[in-house]
Design a protein around this ligand. Structure first.
Ligand SMILES: Cc1ncc(C[n+]2csc(CCOP(=O)(O)OP(=O)(O)O)c2C)c(N)n1
Length: 565
């Protein structure tokens, strides 16, 4: 615990908040004004915190989310009362992905509430489903303990968003004074604050099952990335020769090029991963909720497949799959103990399984090679994924939207290095572009490459101007097919197999050149119409040290393969 050296003294809420945030290591806050105005003035006087003023509260929340996922540090977003529900909407992806985002809003004043105050409703209930902790701060003397509790809740156990509502539509309570001490707890300044050790008997029981298994597979989830447990995961898999599939949220727990990696399993997945998990005689879930997306709605693996599970949250253990062994503990600590006690001699038993797994992976590569290397015009998205696999720098953060973007990149893109990170939308179209900008704020020394469809990019296109203004030098690749063509299959279905001409109005857009629009806002815009021009455009973009939009003209008829089960 760090004492900042301030003893209790009379100070304003604004001074206290600025000191608290700086003390927790906050470098950026993302918001639409005006909220905690005094605090912003104090930030300027007392700290080096950047106050990123965005074009919407939802994108402010997404930027904070990208920052938090890129760094493991809680990130701050804010809105005044009228923007509060826009901010709440933006917390939903962070909630689904277990990302430690802290939202501050202005709120009701007891002196005026229920009197039809301009712009006011009761916002607090709307934050309930998307936060771990949702509270009001009515008395300025509560700033220190409530901010500490916000950080504590955001990073502890399974991380997640927090909301504090400050009295006054703009949180004017920050102008008031009280005796306070801006005491900071370093422990809760990042995920994970603690690394609970597993019960040894439980851990040994799980290890014994893994070692006995002839066809085991590990399914690694977002809990592995939150715990920064990738090295321990790979070490255990290598020692025991166990293939590793990941959830989308855990994709960066093992490089896709590793010989034991089989890819992302579930719905937005790679066929080889689903086949391997389907054939396994034991599935070891680590740091995954075993949710619908990761298990293809509990079809991969089938419920009843022998399973073991490691999680930091006891409530997750056995939620969807009856378990032969449940281990409560931090992923990194548990995997390290398992590796220490692992009997590598048992790996010999799995030689035939590993040969089969590698054949399954090879079959996937051969099946998709024509598309991954296609020179077709308009460009195939699979080729873009292959180009990104080859050319994204070794230390890059790759940020990916949902829908088709999630399917293409989840299934077709490979991380090449343990120093690359992968952040993905947990379901919201439009998340990736602002999240990539936030990731760049959190990790300015690392290249950030965002992949989004055009429907996803349209959502927050105004933030190109924010990126230019704040030099958020991320590179954004837009898979531009002038449509939300992931929807095509669904509309084919409801039209009985063949859509009418008019049905196209449900999912197609005007053709635009995003490179031109980006240039108009002061960013660099590059347009790519031939696959062979993509790599040079990416190199140029990465070297530019400016916000860059690469508009790639792709095939409206390209549909991502559906999950196998
Ligand atoms: C907030 C939100 N609304 C709607 C959806 C449903 N949805 C998923 S993908 C998609 C279209 C995606 O279009 P685009 O980003 O252009 O990618 P494409 O399918 O064209 O490759 C839609 C509308 C969603 N995921 N999130």
């Amino acid at each position: 615990m760090t004492l900042l050296g301030h003893n209790r003294r009379r100070m304003s809420g604004a001074e206290c908040m600025a000191d608290l945030l700086a003390g927790y290591g906050v470098t950026h806050v993302f918001m639409v004004p005006a909220v905690l105005r005094r605090t912003f003035a104090e930030m300027e006087r007392r700290t080096r915190i950047k106050r990123i003023h965005t074009h919407g509260e939802k994108s402010a929340a997404y930027m904070a989310d990208g920052y938090a996922r890129a760094t493991g540090k809680p990130a701050i977003c804010m809105a005044q009362v009228i923007g509060a529900l826009n901010l709440a909407a933006g917390l939903r992806d962070a909630y689904l992905a277990h990302s430690p985002v802290i939202a501050f809003t202005g709120g009701r004043d007891p002196a005026t509430k229920f009197r039809k105050v301009y712009q006011e409703v009761d916002d607090v209930p709307a934050f309930e489903p998307v936060t771990k902790f949702n509270a009001t701060v009515d008395d300025v003397a509560r700033f220190p303990d409530m901010v500490r509790q916000a950080f504590r809740a955001a990073v502890s156990g399974t991380p997640g968003p927090v909301h504090l509502q400050f009295r006054g539509n703009e949180g004017q309570v920050d102008a008031e004074e009280a005796e306070m001490e801006p005491l900071v707890e370093d422990l809760f300044a990042r995920v994970p604050p603690f690394r609970p050790e597993p019960d040894l008997a439980h851990m040994r029981g799980a290890l014994a099952l893994l070692q006995q298994a002839e066809r085991p597979v590990i399914v690694a989830g977002g809990g592995v990335r939150a715990s920064r447990a990738a090295p321990e995961l790979v070490a255990l898999a290598e020692a025991l020769k166990i293939p590793v599939a990941t959830s989308l949220n855990g994709k960066d727990s093992i490089p896709g090029t590793h010989p034991l990696s089989v890819g992302v399993v579930g719905t937005y997945s790679r066929e080889s991963a689903n086949r391997v998990v389907q054939d396994a005689d034991l599935v070891c879930f680590i740091g995954t909720e075993t949710g619908g997306m990761t298990t293809h709605f509990w079809a991969v693996p089938k419920i009843g497949t022998p399973a073991i599970q490691v999680d930091i949250n006891a409530e997750a253990l056995g939620r969807n799959y009856p378990l032969q062994a449940a281990v409560l503990g931090d992923a990194k600590a548990t995997l390290a103990r398992m590796r220490e006690q692992a009997d590598a001699a048992t790996a010999a038993r799995r030689k035939p399984w590993i040969e089969r797994v590698q054949k399954i992976c090879q079959e996937w590569r051969e099946k998709y090679a024509p598309l991954l290397t296609s020179d077709a015009v308009p460009i195939r998205p699979e080729r873009m994924c292959a180009e990104l696999t080859k050319h994204v720098p070794d230390d890059a953060i790759v940020v990916v939207d949902t829908g088709h973007a999630g399917m293409w990149m989840g299934g077709m893109y490979d991380l090449r290095s343990p120093n690359q990170s992968y952040l993905r939308s947990a379901g919201h179209l439009g998340w990736a572009f602002p999240a990539g900008l936030g990731a760049k704020c959190g990790a300015p020394e690392r290249p950030v490459v965002t992949f989004t469809g055009d429907a996803g990019f349209w959502y927050h296109i105004g933030e190109v101007e924010t990126a230019v203004r704040w030099r958020m030098n991320a590179v954004t690749v837009v898979n531009n097919n002038s449509s939300g063509n992931q929807s095509k299959r669904g509309f084919d279905r409801v039209y009985g197999g063949k859509q009418t001409e008019q049905a196209l109005e449900l999912w197609t857009y005007t053709k635009v050149n995003f490179a031109k629009i980006a240039e108009d806002m002061g960013a660099i815009g590059l347009r790519v119409e031939n696959a062979s021009d993509f790599a040079p455009a990416l190199q140029r973009a990465l070297a530019a040290d400016r916000p860059v939009i690469i508009d790639v003209v792709t095939d409206i008829d390209a549909l991502a393969p559906l999950a196998v089960s």
